[in-house]
Write a protein that binds this ligand. Structure first.
Ligand code: ZN
Length: 492
């Protein structure tokens, strides 16, 4: 056995244990009896302890020191590179700090949820202060003299920098604000869907949509959960969905979104399973898959034409005149406080403000006590509406409560990457709409699998997108897509 073989065998077992931990998490959100919560906490802590020990195992340093990387094929080099990166990160964080972070974030989410229910930022502020202080300490340890926010970003989007994202987002913001204002002033007002939609029919349709977008049910399943998510990789990738009686789009588009995430994991070459290459390469690239499935494909005029027929067949008269009116209904732009309910035009504005605020929090130029005022001022500037209460503003998202600083920008990066991929996809498959209008997404999903999904973690995130598109990614294709689609829809 060479050092490389030893390293990969050890890593394979770590990946398998990590998959088990992930499946426990899936179970907790879908199947677990309520009375099992306390015991499950102990079970999860036990397996996390095993994983932490393996990730900081001293033998890793020995193997990494002995491995002859130049003699390896590109896949082997990439795998060793990813193990080396994670090892450096994990060993820089002192065990005391890692344990304290785990302890604090295991209770902080509950405190945030309670504060949100009570609509009181003061109930949450001391906890957020503590979480932020620990994350800043962790960032300083990982950064090793570099930028703290950049260090945190690496956990979600390796290679990204705060300055790079700031330049990209700075170019997005004025054009998004201008588009939003044109739409708000438009005379055309697509109508919202009204009525009640039976749950079993919604779930049947969501399964049909999952199949239409290439989800492989022989290696996955769909269950109900409070929040939709995708979990697992390789041969076991599960998704969840939810239903709302008056809003079938929630179920349909949550499902298509999660199918995008799942298709990425299912599409990775089987040879990479249980290796560092066997997972989506970053949160941003992952989100590019879910967004292009959901928005550029699922909310296209062609595909909504197909969906209109299916929904009319299932639910009867929708109160919408025809497929063209339905396209407007699906893509209706409406201002709102809540990020997760935002349309394609508003969504990135939500993210841009969170990115700016969390960068200042991590840099220490914005205090937690001043966060609500900063939030509300920015929201009024970009959305033209005053936030009426904390649960509609600064308390709406779970992320910061559990220490996810540096995560938010990956949502907009995903949209930017989806814009790039969509431009390249339309270039390569000019007659795509002829298939989409029949509910056949396969030319697009096969293109994405062949150009991007199958490689897993082989290339760095940005290189993964550049390789798939044949050009360097930028925000321009997303902005052009949004201007064209919504300009046309609203006549602005
Ligand atoms: Zn997503």
């Amino acid at each position: 056995m060479t050092a490389f073989d030893d390293l990969m065998a050890f890593q394979r077992e770590t990946e398998a244990l990590s998959a088990i931990a992930g499946r426990l998490g899936w179970d907790q959100e879908t199947m677990m009896p309520r009375g099992a919560a306390e015991q499950r906490g102990e079970e999860m802590a036990a397996i996390e302890g095993v994983l932490h020990a393996r990730r900081t195992d001293p033998r890793l340093a020995d193997w990494l020191g002995a491995v002859d990387e130049a003699a390896l094929p590109p896949e082997g080099q990439a795998a060793v590179g990813l193990i080396r990166r994670d090892h450096a990160r994990n060993t820089r964080v002192p065990a005391r700090l890692a344990a304290e972070l785990a302890r604090v974030t295991s209770v902080s989410q509950g405190i945030w949820a309670e504060a949100r229910r009570a609509d009181s930022f003061d109930d949450f502020a001391p906890t957020l202060d503590r979480v932020l202080a620990l994350k800043r300490e962790e960032a300083a340890a990982i950064a090793d003299g570099g930028d703290a926010y950049d260090a945190l970003l690496q956990d979600y989007e390796p290679g990204a920098t705060g300055a790079g994202l700031d330049a990209m987002f700075g170019a997005l913001r004025p054009r998004l604000v201008a588009l939003r204002e044109r739409i708000m002033g438009a005379e055309r007002k697509p109508r919202a869907l009204s009525g009640t939609f039976a749950e079993d029919a919604q779930l049947a349709l969501s399964r049909e949509m999952a199949e239409a977008f290439g989800y492989d049910f022989s290696r996955g399943r769909i269950d109900k959960a409070v929040h939709p998510f995708s979990s697992g990789s390789g041969a076991d990738v599960r998704i969840t969905t939810r239903t709302a009686p008056h809003d079938p789009f929630n179920c349909i588009y949550s499902t298509i979104h999660e199918v995008g995430h799942a298709a990425y994991e299912q599409g990775i070459d089987a040879a990479h399973a249980l290796t560092p290459l066997g997972r989506g390469v970053s949160m941003g690239v992952h989100e590019s898959q879910s967004r292009i499935y959901e928005n550029q494909l699922g909310r296209s005029r062609a595909f909504t034409g197909y969906l209109f027929g299916r929904m009319t067949a299932l639910f009867g008269d929708l109160g919408v005149a025809d497929a063209e009116a339905f396209f407007g209904t699906v893509n209706r732009v409406a201002p709102g406080y809540i990020r997760t309910e935002a349309d394609e035009v508003h969504y990135n504005l939500h993210i841009l403000m969170r990115f700016d605020l969390e960068r200042r929090l991590v840099a220490g130029t914005l205090a937690v006590a001043d966060l609500p005022d900063a939030w509300n001022a920015r929201f009024a500037a970009d959305f033209g509406v005053a936030v009426d209460r904390p649960s509609h503003g600064v308390l709406q998202d779970v992320h910061w409560s559990v220490g996810l600083f540096g995560y938010f920008p990956t949502y907009t990066l995903g949209n930017v990457y989806a814009g790039c991929l969509h431009q390249a996809l339309r270039r390569d498959i000019p007659d795509l709409d002829e298939k989409l209008v029949q509910g056949d997404t396969s030319p697009a999903t096969v293109w994405l699998r062949e150009r991007l999904q199958r490689f897993g973690g082989l290339r760095a995130p940005r290189d993964t997108i550049a390789h798939a598109c044949g050009f360097e990614p930028s925000e321009a294709p997303l902005l052009d897509y949004l201007d064209a689609k919504f300009g046309d829809l609203y006549g602005v």
